[in-house]
Write a protein that binds this ligand. Structure first.
Ligand SMILES: *Cc1c(COP(=O)(O)O)cnc(C)c1O
Length: 379
């Protein structure tokens, strides 16, 4: 069986370091918002190229706290409209609902799957914010969306839960550089007013449990989010605002610091596998993902499209190739979001019917990559 994602193997590489940090935490006995959180926050801000990072309980809370933070600061208000991609994991949309804002769902570019900048501009006129999602690990059309945010005076946020380490304007490995020499390379998390990350175990930077973070250069937002994540409290038992409990666990922060050192190598390996798939899979029945060859993609998922998915799934099962669908039902067709079911989103619906994700992980061995390629060429 070729595994979709071997979490055991991914994490077992760090077993000794994890055990050492666990022993140290047990000795220090400072379990909530201890030094490990502060250390990781500094390391991750530095990695992303932002001034600040605030650890949270998970990725959904990171998104929600950004929105709640700007409401607390009086810069967004209940009922404001927030543009979100229709083609996303439901958390993006839930965060807007939890913050008592109104999600406005927008169709994707069918090649990149990320929010389309060719959308009718009328919808931006009365919106206050836009959340771009770097879906499957590929940066959204950042420059196009930054321009829209500027033109319509919108807050721009990133859902970077699938894009830890993706780089805008990186040089292509080959000689025909796609980078514009006047622009500098910057990472996901530093491309907007504030970004949310998830460290759910399967993410490119995954903890051994739940975890999340916000990155930003806005010091006012940092102050209010630090209150919001901790019962509205700076000083124990003094509550300044109506807060939540959503702190990055101290032990998880220690594990994340260990894994962060390997993230760039892991992302390089994922891109190598993606390139092998893109060069090796030659089957007109499969539409391969768009990739410009740069580091703007970290291949959280390698997603192909096929006309007859049920038939293809049978084929993968028969060939012992694990697969997943990111995601089988679009958010607006979920029972939980039935009030959005009137949205007419044919591109999103079509994508959800056709997509399927192939095995992809930094620990995948060459033999398995070749087996997937050979098998798919006989489909
Ligand atoms: C994983 C994910 C989230 C949510 O993260 P959790 O840590 O599971 O709350 C949000 N958005 C996207 C795009 C994700 O992939």
């Amino acid at each position: 069986m070729i595994k979709f994602l071997d979490l055991y193997k991914i994490n077992n590489r760090f077993r000794d370091a994890f055990q050492e940090s666990f022993s140290k935490s047990l000795d220090d006995a400072h379990f909530i918002l201890g030094n490990n959180v502060t250390t990781f926050e500094n390391e991750f801000a530095n990695y992303c190229g932002t001034k600040f990072c605030i650890g949270t309980g998970n990725g959904l809370d990171a998104l929600t706290l950004i929105l709640k933070g700007y409401i607390e600061l009086g810069k967004l208000k209940k009922g404001d409209k927030v543009i979100v991609p229709a083609n996303t994991f439901i958390a993006t949309i839930l965060s807007v609902i939890h913050a008592e804002l109104i999600p406005v769902l927008v169709e994707p570019n069918p090649n990149t799957y990320t929010i389309s900048v060719d959308t009718d501009k009328a919808i931006f006129v009365d919106a206050k914010a836009l959340i771009m999602v770097h879906l499957y690990g590929q940066l959204a059309d950042v420059e196009g969306l930054q321009q829209i945010a500027k033109d319509f005076n919108l807050f721009l946020f990133e859902d970077a839960a699938q894009a830890h380490g993706a780089i805008l304007n990186s040089k292509k490995d080959s000689s025909n550089s796609i980078s514009n020499s006047s622009s500098i390379s910057v990472r996901a998390g530093s491309l907007s007013d504030a970004a949310a990350f998830s460290f759910y175990p399967s993410k490119n930077l995954g903890a051994l449990g739940d975890g999340g973070a916000i990155t930003t250069n806005d010091s006012e937002l940092v102050t209010v989010i630090k209150l919001l994540r901790n019962y509205g409290s700076e000083e124990k038992y003094t509550n300044k605002i109506i807060g939540f409990n959503s702190r990055l666990d101290d032990m998880q922060a220690a594990f994340l610091s260990i894994k962060l050192k390997t993230l760039d190598n892991d992302n390089d390996r994922r891109r190598e596998i993606a390139k092998a798939y893109l060069n090796g899979i030659k089957n007109p029945k499969l539409k391969l993902p768009f990739y410009d060859g740069s580091k703007n993609h970290i291949f959280y998922a390698f997603v192909v499209e096929v006309d007859d998915r049920a038939d293809f799934i049978e084929f993968l099962n028969a060939n012992q190739i694990e697969w997943l669908i990111h995601y089988p039902i679009p958010p607006h067709q979920q029972e939980a979001l039935r009030s959005f079911s009137h949205f007419n989103l044919p591109l999103t619906e079509n994508i959800h019917k056709r997509i399927i994700s192939l095995p992809m992980s930094p620990v995948m061995i060459d033999k398995d990559i070749q087996s997937v390629i050979s098998a798919l060429n006989t489909y």
